[in-house]
Design a protein around this ligand. Structure first.
Ligand SMILES: Nc1ncnc2c1ncn2[C@@H]1O[C@H](COP(=O)(O)OP(=O)(O)O)[C@@H](O)[C@H]1O
Ligand SMILES: [Mg+2]
Length: 241
């Protein structure tokens, strides 16, 4: 196994709060890794540190063996990262096909661009809705459009922050199948997720974050049977989202 992504002692402080607190985590090439934890655990902040949205206050990030800690997001994307953040980033006033075209146009042009847009529309089952304005899609379809926009550049590492937030059980299951399919195609995927049924559907390796620290790590059965994890993750009246 080759380590694709490695965070070492990663820290992000917001004033007095350490949202990410000395986190070390390695993702192997080809893995489908889920990051879970209660609201406020630091999952989204960790994603933003990996993508380079913010500089860390301490620690390093290595990607493909290279220290990328000081690189900005665009440089990391050029090296093979792609992300779908928690808040959808589609252009609601533009048609579906045009959203995809915009996402892909730095990588493809002409007939290849049109072919790639068509392939992705089919992959996420949006071909019949290609001419709809993205703003008129259902919630689940918007999320799929965004996944298509993120994977069109065939990233080495796909980062998904709560891809199923607000989805129906059926949409959630379909999203899981899409992610499994991408992973089978060779993409390494790191998913932040709340929904344990969904994590069970897709994950092999699971890391649990709590107060910005790595609290537990293991396969899905080990994690769901861990009493301390149940306590922090399911306890204290925690509800998804
Ligand atoms: N930009 C920010 N400024 C100040 N505090 C923040 C900021 N982003 C996140 N936080 C705080 O950091 C902690 C972790 O947040 P976040 O990473 O969004 O958690 P999660 O995604 O696990 O729910 C929370 O206490 C949150 O309020
Ligand atoms: Mg979050």
């Amino acid at each position: 196994m080759t380590t694709l992504l490695e965070a070492k002692g990663l820290e992000k402080r917001f004033g007095g709060l350490k949202a990410v607190d000395g986190l070390s985590l390695a993702i192997e090439a080809g893995e489908l890794h889920c990051l879970i934890g209660p609201n406020g655990a630091g999952k989204s902040t960790f994603f933003k540190l990996i993508l380079g949205r913010y500089p860390p206050t301490a620690g390093t990030v290595h990607f493909k063996g290279e220290d990328i800690t000081r690189l900005v997001a665009a440089q990391r994307i050029n090296r093979g990262m792609s992300v779908k953040m928690q808040v959808p980033g589609v252009f609601p006033e533009l048609p579906v096909w045009q959203n995809l075209t915009i996402a892909l146009q730095s990588h493809f042009s002409g007939a290849a661009l049109r072919r790639e847009v068509d392939r992705l529309l089919a992959f996420v089952d949006l071909a019949p809705d290609a001419r709809k304005l993205a703003g008129n899609l259902s919630h689940g379809q918007k999320q799929w459009l965004e996944i298509a926009m993120a994977v069109g550049v065939t990233p080495t590492l796909l980062l998904l922050d709560e891809p199923t937030a607000g989805m129906s059980p059926e949409e959630t299951w379909k999203t899981g199948e899409l992610i499994l399919d991408l992973n089978r195609q060779g993409m390494t995927v790191l998913v932040v997720e709340h929904d344990m049924a969904f994590v069970r559907q897709i994950a092999r390796q699971v890391s649990v974050l709590h107060f910005g620290k790595l609290f537990a790590q293991g396969d899905i059965d080990t994690i769901t049977n861990d009493e301390a994890v149940q306590e922090i993750y399911l306890g204290k009246g925690h509800h998804a989202h």
